[in-house]
Design a protein around this ligand. Structure first.
Ligand SMILES: [Zn+2]
Length: 160
């Protein structure tokens, strides 16, 4: 069984670390139809990192981290807890970006069970390939999802 990644999903893998890309492609190649998914984001530009950091933060908080005040959106919901806004696992690296965000397709943000089912499939695929990947709802990789309130259901990253 396999699902087909669309052109948009494929182009969003540009610049990814070859191991991360391998996991995504193999996960697609072995996914049953009910685990159809798409790639939301791979390598993130500095601009996008600043936009994300500005969400839920004031101009002063932004400037303290080198993010121009115009990115501040204090009323928006916070989306990142990075101590360094530019050190996202999604950033471009010489060896390729280490993180990718995936979502079950068609996307239903409220269907957490589907995100979990997809994550289990991706993590099992990575394990089979011998590539260490961590999920955004289990940062300490102990298999207990959301135990510390982790909410980054679409996020997968290589552990190096
Ligand atoms: Zn992510």
């Amino acid at each position: 069984m396999s699902i087909v990644l669309g052109k948009t999903s494929q182009s969003r893998m540009d610049g990814l670390d070859p191991d991360m890309r391998k996991v995504v492609l193999e996960a697609a190649a072995t996914a049953p139809p009910e685990l159809d998914f798409m790639v939301l984001e791979g390598v993130r530009t500095p601009e996008q990192m600043m936009i994300n950091y500005g969400k839920g933060r004031t101009a002063i908080q932004c400037e303290a981290k080198g993010v121009p005040a115009r990115y501040a959106q204090p009323r928006a919901a916070k989306v990142t807890w990075l101590s360094d806004p530019f050190n996202s696992p999604h950033k471009a690296r010489p060896t390729g970006g280490r993180a990718v965000d995936l979502a079950p397709y068609p996307i239903d943000w409220n269907n957490h069970a589907r995100f979990t089912a997809l994550a289990k499939h991706v993590l099992a695929t990575a394990k089979r390939l011998g590539i260490r990947v961590r999920w955004g709802k289990d940062w300490d990789e102990d298999g207990k999802y959301e135990e510390k309130g982790e909410t980054d259901g679409p996020h997968f990253e290589l552990v190096r």
